[in-house]
Design a protein around this ligand. Structure first.
Ligand SMILES: *Cc1c(COP(=O)(O)O)cnc(C)c1O
Length: 284
């Protein structure tokens, strides 16, 4: 795509440059968001902006622009790039300053960057489901922050990729937490179970939409920690994220989940999720 946002300007993407002492570049000192675009419209943009502010605040970065103004800029960027189906990636770092772990004193200015990318709906995965592996969750204890520091997540995803799998399901001891870039759910006897939103997982915007449609459609939900044993005994397993939507998990560590094909609750949630998209962004 041709354009990028740097702070409060839309510029040509080739002209968007990072200072070698930007703290995002040196320390991963910043936070980010990925927002889905359908029909040229951002889905759940308000929720993403709220989380962006919350993540930034939790590491002591004050975003120097109002959320409404950033949203307008993102809309302009999408229009200039003529993006219909894809994502917006946006991040903020603490800014550029001589290297020192402690926050720089005084007037360092945070750096916001954003760009768009075309991305199709992952129809094959949504239809057939994906394979996954299990891996110990080695991340820090503030996984609720959508931090630029993603080493734990990257290593987990790479391990999955090396085994021809789409995602790594992470666990702390016997407790399942989440995927490397997705939330994980099991279905048992018609109840959807997913890890409570605490410091050990990232509270997905997609997760919030799923919990909302469950409530509206009388699908019982338990937000609680579940074990590897419960995962192994589940009737259905699925994951969710902005780009993966509601993706069935049909294999975990080479073992079939349930019957080995996407289950009825997962399919129902896919249909309800699609309806939410269409309510906001029009028919897809
Ligand atoms: C972004 C992310 C998710 C999914 O969040 P969405 O808002 O639904 O895209 C889940 N887990 C991790 C670790 C993430 O970074």
């Amino acid at each position: 795509m041709k354009y990028a946002i740097v702070n409060d300007h839309i510029i040509n993407r080739e002209e968007a440059k990072v200072d070698i002492e930007d703290r995002g570049y040196q320390f991963g000192d910043g936070v980010y968001e990925v927002i889905r675009v359908y029909n040229g419209k951002m889905f759940t943009v308000k929720e993403h902006m709220e989380r962006f502010v919350r993540s930034a605040e939790s590491i002591g970065i004050k975003i120097p622009y109002a959320s409404e103004n950033i949203t307008k800029m993102l809309e302009d960027l999408i229009e200039k790039d003529n993006l219909k189906l894809g994502i917006v990636y946006m991040q903020i770092t603490r800014g550029a300053a001589p290297r020192n772990h402690a926050f720089p004193a005084g007037d360092v200015v945070p750096v916001i960057t954003a760009y768009t990318k075309e991305m199709p709906i992952p129809e094959a995965n949504l239809q057939s489901g994906v394979k996954t592996i299990l891996t110990e969750d080695i991340r820090w204890l503030r996984c609720d922050i959508k931090s630029l520091n993603l080493l734990g997540n990257i290593l987990a995803k790479q391990k999955a990729a090396e085994q021809g799998c789409y995602e790594a399901i992470q666990h702390r001891g016997q407790d399942v937490t989440e995927g490397s870039s997705s939330n994980v759910y099991i279905v048992k006897n018609g109840t959807v179970i997913t890890h409570e939103s605490n410091n050990l997982i990232l509270k997905g915007i997609t997760k919030d939409v799923i919990l909302k449609v469950c409530a509206e459609n009388e699908i019982p939900v338990e937000e609680r920690t579940f074990s590897l044993e419960e995962l192994a005994q589940a009737d259905e397993v699925f994951l969710s994220s902005t780009t993966s939507e509601v993706t069935p998990i049909v294999v975990i560590d080479e073992k079939k989940v349930g019957t080995g094909s996407p289950g009825p609750i997962t399919k129902k949630l896919q249909a309800l999720f699609k309806q939410e998209i269409e309510n906001q962004c029009g028919i897809i």
